[in-house]
Design a protein around this ligand. Structure first.
Ligand SMILES: [Zn+2]
Length: 334
């Protein structure tokens, strides 16, 4: 609960610029909606777009951009605006009904700065059912000068009733070229490295940047070298130590992308490859694989992934060991 906890920055990522312009133009023309729902993939910066829209709503001057200088903008930039509220999961717990009631109570009062009020609902998909119902009541009875900005993960379900009360903005991942241009301005790696980072991040530029900055590409190369030993020696112990607690889901995703590309290679599909940098390894691996085997391998690794997400961390090694052993017995030696 509380205020926006990020610092004001005037930059809006280039792939979000047109959304920002359309949203603020709607308000300027008198068609602004009191509840905006942003649905976006993680890693494309939707938070920053919402932040910019909230700042614009709070600014006392009406111009295309927040002025950054009025009292309201200064309070906003400091994360101290008394009429800006944030609703978010606390300590990774779902957003509860009490949190929503507290916000409802606050927005029913007069704005302290005599301007607009804004409520940012972060991870709206994590509202409990009763919290969503409490919020719904508020959304159904719009108050003057009060705006709700909801952010919800694209892949998670959200109560349809909430959905129906909001103006929905689907935020797409940028084009590959736009993302590459931006990444090249922010990272000095070779273009082939940047392309790989972007592909294994499924086109999400902020995630790709993180990947480059954290040295994940080198880790991924080490991972696949170990994967090759695991494969040729039929020994899970070659790969198991390479799994890193912080990176584990990424690593499983790397493997899933590898298997998916291997399947594409078998089926002579040339588009949409993720691991273009590993093409020779994939072809060599494929000399002894069948389509059925690759499908089985994919299912095994998908099961590993969902178990890792659902089951507590203590069992991570066992889940991985089981999955890798099944790859050997059900795919490689089948
Ligand atoms: Zn201002």
């Amino acid at each position: 609960m509380g205020k926006f906890n990020f610092v004001m920055t005037a930059i809006i990522y280039p792939w979000l610029q047109s959304y920002y312009e359309r949203i603020t133009a709607a308000f300027q023309q008198g068609y602004g909606h009191h509840a905006l729902l942003f649905r976006a993939e993680q890693g494309i910066g939707a938070d920053q777009l919402i932040h910019a829209v909230a700042n614009w709503l709070m600014c006392q001057h009406s111009s295309p951009r927040p002025c950054g200088e009025c009292h309201s903008c200064r309070l906003f930039a400091a994360g101290n605006h008394p009429d800006v509220y944030q609703l978010a999961p606390v300590e990774n717990k779902d957003i509860g009904v009490d949190q929503v009631r507290e916000i409802n109570e606050k927005v029913s009062q007069r704005a302290q700065q005599n301007g607009n009020k804004a409520v940012y609902v972060q991870s709206a998909e994590r509202l409990t059912e009763s919290a969503a119902n409490a919020l719904l009541k508020t959304l159904e009875e719009p108050r003057p000068n009060t705006y709700f900005l909801l952010n919800a993960d694209l892949s998670s379900p959200l109560m349809t009733t909430i959905y129906s009360r909001c103006q929905v903005w689907l935020i797409n991942t940028p084009s590959e070229q736009q993302a590459l241009n931006w990444l090249q301005l922010h990272n000095y790696s070779e273009i082939s490295e940047i392309q790989t980072a972007l592909r294994i991040s499924y086109g999400r530029p902020l995630l790709a940047l993180h990947c480059l900055e954290q040295g994940w590409l080198e880790k991924r190369r080490e991972f696949f070298r170990a994967f090759w030993l695991f494969y040729t020696r039929r020994s899970p112990l070659e790969l198991l130590p390479l799994f890193d607690k912080e990176l584990i889901l990424q690593q499983v995703d790397w493997l899933l992308a590898f298997l998916s590309d291997a399947l594409k290679d078998k089926l002579n599909i040339t588009s949409g490859w993720i691991c273009r940098d590993l093409i020779r390894g994939i072809q060599q691996f494929n000399e002894r694989q069948t389509v059925a085997g690759l499908l089985t391998a994919t299912k095994i690794m998908q099961k590993v992934r969902s178990d890792l997400v659902q089951i507590n961390a203590v069992n991570q090694e066992l889940i991985l060991l089981d999955g890798l052993t099944r790859l050997i017995t059900e795919v490689f030696e089948h």
